[in-house]
Design a protein around this ligand. Structure first.
Ligand SMILES: C[S@@+](CC[C@H](N)C(=O)[O-])C[C@H]1O[C@@H](n2cnc3c(N)ncnc32)[C@H](O)[C@@H]1O
Length: 522
């Protein structure tokens, strides 16, 4: 869709005590309309979660083997090659190298502690002050939430140890006067803390094809406010021939926005339940979300956080537990059928324990029996649509119908039902495919494949399916594969979207070939 009136900027910046700066639409906007596109002010690698893992090259972020790999000839940081163009490019390693070069001699043996890539973004930010004063001004315009990040807070102590002291002690305090005058006329502990606050509040994450993750700051995109039902989607350019456009962001409308309505994005994970999303937003962005999804105990009728009632000890109950007021941290959870109530902290403890189990199984690439076992156990406590069960089912549908022991008609029917249930939840939570397009696409693709396999199978009673039955299954499969491709239309600039699109397009070709061979026209 998209409307073509590009004569006026589609947004203006407003401000309120509650939200700070935010964006409103200057005219009615339709899905597909461009809100903005801009290059990043600054970007750098994110923290390495696993210190044993490969480190990103400081010039291009490709993972490198640190023990055998090359080092930057000047500063000694791991690089993909001494000829990496990013080493001299000021947007990448070109400027910071002068500061990082003041390294102690011992560092090459002590990599995990010494090469702290998450300190590079704060360093690249403060280096803008003399090299790119306009960009530096834009960074300083951003909200830092220093009022919530004083000494003694977790955010302060963490930033202090891992970034502020690290940068000061290892590099900045040892800098030659000339270099300091050239690059860092304004430098203090407080300033680095403020930059850390700005990064935590505003930086966006970019996952690169090779696995590394970057963080980047954008002057205008950072003004977008959060909603758990966002009306825009953003993508990052990762494939442009023009290197200056690397990581350029494009923000597009996904749900119609009326003139004067707020333009929103999502800072949290769309498949987390309300409690987890709100806690994450409080901890990292210092506000309490009150959006329509957070305010609704059923989360738009999906029951994504709902629990089953445990009964009162004497009598079992088929009711469903929901928070009475999801915006209240001390809310009680009440049953839909009986008088039993449970307090929020008990529910949170249970849910986080279950979450750890789910993450554990998924991280080790859980097999079908492992996933089914946990699904069965957690289903005793959780509503079938609960987000922990969603995660397990989303993995299961990618294994059912693809492994020899899981090809029976019964399993295919199970897969078809799971896919349909998960598609329903996904579409309700993310009607514009702002955040869950890859999840949706995978589900549509899996549904397509299960329908075809079912069409090819004899029935469980040994009889053949009629031509009508086969055609009806294949017609449904056709709609699914078209939807699987359609929901990815705005993800093509990103590698993960393009890769998934290519896989699904191959399936579509195989499907068309099969129909042609069988003389079936759909
Ligand atoms: C990325 S910044 C957005 C721009 C910011 N308002 C400014 O003035 O620069 C994120 C911060 O905006 C505020 N914010 C964003 N969305 C909000 C919302 N839905 N409710 C309350 N505050 C919000 C919070 O203070 C949050 O930490």
């Amino acid at each position: 869709m998209g409307q073509n009136d590009n004569s006026t900027t589609p947004y203006k910046v407003a401000s309120s005590d509650e939200l700070g700066r935010y964006m409103v639409a200057t005219r009615d906007l339709l899905p597909g309309d461009l809100v903005l596109t801009e290059r990043p002010l600054v970007f750098a690698p994110k923290a390495m979660l696993d210190p044993e893992a490969q480190m990103p090259c400081v010039g291009c972020y490709k993972p490198v083997f640190t023990d055998i790999g090359e080092r930057c000839a000047k500063c000694g940081w791991p690089v993909c090659s001494g000829n990496c163009p990013g080493l001299v490019d000021p947007r990448h390693h070109g400027v910071e190298c002068a500061v990082l070069s003041t390294r102690p001699d011992c560092v090459l043996d002590n990599m995990a502690d010494y090469y702290r890539h998450d300190a590079l973004l704060p360093l690249r930010c403060i280096l803008l002050q003399n090299t790119e004063p306009e960009k530096w001004k834009s960074v300083l315009d951003m909200q830092s939430h220093m009022e919530c990040r004083g000494p003694g807070t977790e955010a302060y102590e963490e930033a202090n140890e891992f970034i502020v002291e690290y940068l000061l002690e290892n590099f900045i305090n040892k800098l030659d006067k000339n270099i300091k005058n050239k690059y860092l006329t304004d430098i203090s502990k407080e300033l680095i803390h403020r930059i850390c606050g700005i990064i935590d509040t505003n930086a966006l994450e970019i996952r690169l094809p090779e696995g590394a993750e970057l963080q980047a700051l954008y002057a205008n995109t950072c003004i977008l406010e959060h909603s758990c039902i966002p009306n825009t989607k953003h993508t990052f350019n990762q494939s442009s021939a023009d290197k200056n456009d690397s990581y350029k962001i494009t923000v597009k409308v996904v749900i119609p926005i009326m003139k004067d309505e707020h333009i929103t994005t999502m800072y949290s994970h769309a498949l987390w339940g309300t409690e987890a999303r709100r806690q994450h937003l409080k901890d990292t962005k210092y506000f309490s979300c009150k959006c329509p999804r957070c305010s609704d105990p059923t989360e738009l009728g999906t029951y994504l956080s709902a629990m089953k009632c445990f009964g009162d000890g004497n009598k079992s109950c088929d009711g469903v537990h929901l928070p009475q007021n999801p915006l209240d941290d001390d809310t009680e959870w009440a049953c839909s059928e009986c008088p039993v109530k449970v307090n929020n902290s008990q529910i949170n403890m249970l849910i986080s324990q279950m979450g750890e189990e789910v993450d554990g199984v998924l991280m080790m690439g859980g097999s079908v029996p492992m996933l089914e076992n946990l699904l069965c156990r957690l289903s005793t406590f959780l509503h079938p649509n609960h987000y922990h069960l969603y995660s397990l089912k989303h993995s299961l549908v990618q294994l059912y119908g693809r492994q020899p022991s899981y090809m029976s008609e019964e399993i295919l029917d199970k897969k078809i039902k799971m896919c349909k249930d998960l598609i329903q939840i996904t579409t309700t939570l993310d009607p514009g495919n702002a955040r869950l397009s890859l999840y949706s696409s995978v589900l549509q693709h899996e549904l397509h494949s299960a329908l075809i396999l079912k069409a090819k199978k004899v029935k469980s009673d040994g009889s053949f399916k009629t031509a009508e039955e086969i055609k009806s299954l294949l017609l449904e499969a056709k709609v699914c594969i078209e939807r699987a491709l359609e929901v990815l239309k705005d993800d093509m600039e990103e590698t993960s979207g393009r890769k998934l699109y290519d896989v699904i397009e191959e399936s579509k070709k195989d499907f068309e070939k099969y129909c042609k061979e069988k003389g079936i026209s759909l």
